[in-house]
Design a protein around this ligand. Sequence first.
Ligand code: PLP
Length: 318
Amino acid sequence: MQSALIDRALLERALSVLHQPIYLPHCAAAGVDVLLRRDDHLPGGNKFYKLYFNLKEARAAGKDTLLSFGGAHSNHLHALVLACQAEGFNGRVLVRGYPQSPTTHTLQDVSAAGLKVQFVGHGEYRRLCQTQQVPLASDEYLIPEGGANALGEQGASYIGRAVQQQLGGDVRHIVMAAGTGSTLAGVASALEGGTEALGVSVLKGPPGRSLYTGGKGRLPSWKMLWGFCGKGYGRPLTPAMLAFWQEFEYNNSVLIDPIYTLKMLWAVNQLAGLGYWRRGDRIVAVHTGGLQGRRGFTQQPATTISTVPEKTFARIKV
Ligand SMILES: *Cc1c(COP(=O)(O)O)cnc(C)c1O
């Protein structure tokens, strides 16, 4: 999956991302160092990486319209908007839901940018995602939900590559929120030495899955952790998670989204309390972005801190 040729532009972009020490109470007590990798500063967060080679492929194939899927609050669709605007692609998106449902900030952005929106009922949506059998016009290039294909993984591998170049070999774990797990797989594919990639699933696992069951991947260097998604994907937060969200933002002056990065940091902190990390471990926690999705969330922290607006997709030379 990893190509021998390195894409310099993407590597430079990944190397420009900063790592910032953060305070998590159980980690501090356990003597564990946590650095937050600010991929949220890239427009689209982790989706920036996952779209990168897909855009190149679309261009190489002479396609000028990107077609993809997502929910009404989807970070992936939002990143697709940024990519279309920066790269001059047209877009068509299939949205899970119904035209009569209340609109969302995300869908307003999608429409305002001129992408075509088509609603698809839940059953049909699932079928399309599974089969990828969408009738395509001759100018359309299909990107799966979440950008989760081999090119998406290849892009995500640059996160792992950059962390190792920037911080050297003394990072024991790289932790990130996982939905499809393709960012995780990509990051893991780039790791060498003893560094392990850990995904915190934001989905409820299959029945029987509980706290940190190791996933059996193609690669030995990754693990999926289950049991930290609270009431489930996109569901309201438990009171303890809501309090954690507020305290985290207040203590660190960093905004996080309640769907992904909050769950990941919650897990990192909880695991420290359970003695999962070793004293002296250095952990990189990846802030994968997703702040746009926070706009439609029912709960909000009581105290707000100032924010950096999501930038536009910087032009990528393709
Ligand atoms: C999509 C997304 C993820 C999950 O990425 P996968 O590659 O699907 O596992 C994590 N964090 C944020 C903010 C996302 O938008």
